[in-house]
Structure formats: structure tokens, C-alpha cells
Design a binder for this molecule. Sequence first.
Ligand code: SAM
Ligand code: SF4
Length: 410
Amino acid sequence: MPSILSDQTLPAQGRPDQSWLPDSARGGLHEAPFGLYIHVPFCASRCGYCDFNTYTAAELGPGASQHEYVDSVLAELRLVRHILGPNLPTVRTIFLGGGTPTLLPAAHLAAMLDEIRAEFPVADDVEITIEANPESVTRASFAELVRAGVNRVSLGMQSAVPHVLSVLDRLHTPGQALRAAQDARAAGIERVSLDLIYGTPGESDEDWQISLDSALSAGVEHLSAYALIVEPGTSLARQVAAGQLSPPDDDVLADRYEQADLSLSAAGLDWYEVSNWATSPAGYCRHNELYWTGGNWWGIGPGAHSHIGGARWWNRKHPAAYARLLAEGASPAHGSELLDDGQRRIETIMLGIRLRTGVPVGSLSERGQQRAEEAVTYGLLDRVAFADGRAALTMRGRLLADAVVRDLTD
Ligand SMILES: C[S@@+](CC[C@H](N)C(=O)[O-])C[C@H]1O[C@@H](n2cnc3c(N)ncnc32)[C@H](O)[C@@H]1O
Ligand code: SF4
């Protein structure tokens, strides 16, 4: 069986064996931490701004229903186990993301986690995160998730202001988000994170402050704040194009980011990645750190992406096609690429520069190092860190992170 990286085998036919993973990737399997991502592609309704690979029940026919989904995930987990062979990496993080994983019965999520523990060596201190929409959870459902092994939850709060939640098409009220955070803790979830979005049309500086204060009142140890992106093809993009909503303004987004950083750091949450803050390193999302630091992960589920040792691949996007391939015993992978050393180096810089720790100046090309020196004079990179051999963003650099990355890697 030729490996995933031979185009003529895509989509893969028949049951893949160990040769499916190229030797170069297998060689890197034990050189970096390993995690599993399980995508749950279902939502009760679609938020107008979101372009993630997710479907409402009405959009999916037989063979791809929420109820049947667990069987496909279990089949893919067994396939992964088979491809990886006897020398398995230890699973350090598991991330149940979506979509809305908490739409599935807790018993199905527990079955997925049980299968992982049955098939893989799992670290004693494994981090098991679940993404949850506030209206989709209760104290009782969190308790079931704790029994299944979940120890971290990331709640999609987005805003504490009703008119902002309404523009975002969210189904929950501000009170439900805070209650969900309390319920998670009361049920024994060790770490709780909240997601916020800023720059929604109609949101004022005061509205944003209300959201920040409200999120802080929950006493969480981790918070993510994302600038609203108008994704092409979404209902939000259509409303913006029709002039019904005004797009987020770059200056306003920059102000909101600074406002967030001030409020969060005053409350003891420091940034550790451009869009992420935590009370201490123990609160960092270890799974996302895998993505940002060149770790290995296998993405399970429709459209899920994977990376092992410089090989990247992604699954069929539609749940029906995904389920059909697995039912036939075939791989659901649909495309792949092998990064060369130069591409891997650039990727490491692009992701690493967004971390508070930055990247070693020596990892930049000669031209990149010259540009970094200029970036210090423009106040984009920290002077003290630079003198210490690291390229690390200042506040101004964080506001212009994408431009700095382009400049250092060109
Ligand atoms: C895709 S959702 C999945 C989790 C869950 N369904 C929810 O909505 O909270 C993960 C996070 O992505 C962020 N997100 C999704 N689309 C976005 C967009 N267009 N702009 C900014 N953030 C976005 C939201 O903050 C959301 O909490
Ligand atoms: S933001 Fe979350 S709840 Fe809304 S459509 Fe996207 S994945 Fe579903």
C-alpha cells in the first residue's frame, strides 16, 4: 500500500497499513509531543459569522447523523492505531472540538475517550479539553464528562451583551455563559476557558468592557479573545456586502485588543499567545501549544487536519463521504503535503513569533535577522528580548503580528 503522500492513492482505497505513513513522518513521531483532535461537525444552528466545517441536523441525511457519528470516530481511531503500529506515541492531549461536541450524548463522547485509552498509551496528566456552547451543557452533563475523563472546557461565551450575541446569531444569553462556567467548576472540571469575540458590528467600547468584566467575574484561569473575521461565504459576509452591517474597523479592533490586554493583565491573566491569556503557565492550553510549536497530532473527523513529522493531511470534509470511507475500511484522508526543511523552519517562525516567548533570532534567515533589527527600532519587537537573542513581539507588534511575520519570513 503506497503512502498517503502518493497522489494516485487519494482517496485511499482498501485498508491502509503501516506504510501509509511516510518513513520521514514516522521518524518524527517520537521527537515531539503527540495529541489527538476529534472534530464533532454538528451545531444546533449556524452562527452567521462561522465557516467551520459544521452542519445542522436538517443538513445531514442517513449515514451521517449525529447518532451514528460515534461509530465513524471509533472506526477512525482503530485505523489510526493500525497505521501507527506497535511503537505508539503517548497521547498527551485530547481535544474534542467543533462544531458543538456537547450536542452528542455524553455516553458517545465517553466511548470515544474509552477507545483512546484502550488503543493508545495515555499520559497520566493527559489534558482532555471539550469545546462547549453555553446552552448545550448542564451541571449534570459536565459531571458525566468528568467521569469520562474530561478535565478542561472551553466555553463559547463570545459576548455578555445581548445585542452583540444577537448579531452573532448565538443561541445563549449572557447569564447562561456564566452559569455554564460555574456548573463546569462545580461538576469538577479542573480548568475552564472562555472564548470572546470583539469587533462585532454595533459593539461599542463599553459593550466590550462589559464582556471583559463579565468574563473576568467568572474567575477563569484562561481566556481567548478573537477579532471578528468576516469569512467569505458566511451570512455575515453577505450582510456586510449588502450594506446591512458595517465590517469591523482595523483601528477599532486594535483599540479593543489593547483594552482587552489591559483589563486581563490587571486581573492577573497574562498573554502567552497573541489571542490567549492565562493566570499561569499551568493554565496554558497544552493542545494548542502542540499546534504552535511543531508538535504531532492526528485529527479525527470530517475535514480534520493532521501533522506528523512534517507530513500534513486532511480528511474528506462532508460527514457522509467521511462515514462511507470508514465503513468501507478505507482512510478518510483526502489530501496531503510533505513540508521540506525550509517550509518547516518558516512555519516554526510564523507560529512561534505569536507566542510571548517569541523565536530565537538565530532561527531567522540573514535577511530576516536584518528585518528583525529594524522591527526593534519600529517598536514591533522587544529590545531587551532581542539583546538576549530572541525575537518577541511588543504590544505594537502584537497588533501588527501578521505583518511582522510576513516581514521576518519573506
Ligand atoms: C468554531 S467555535 C467551536 C466551539 C463552539 N461551537 C462555540 O461556538 O463556542 C470556536 C471559536 O472560534 C471562534 N470563531 C469562530 N468563527 C470566528 C470568526 N469568524 N471570527 C472570530 N472568531 C471566530 C469563536 O470564538 C468560537 O468560540
Ligand atoms: S461558532 Fe460554534 S456554534 Fe456557531 S456555528 Fe460555529 S461551531 Fe457552531
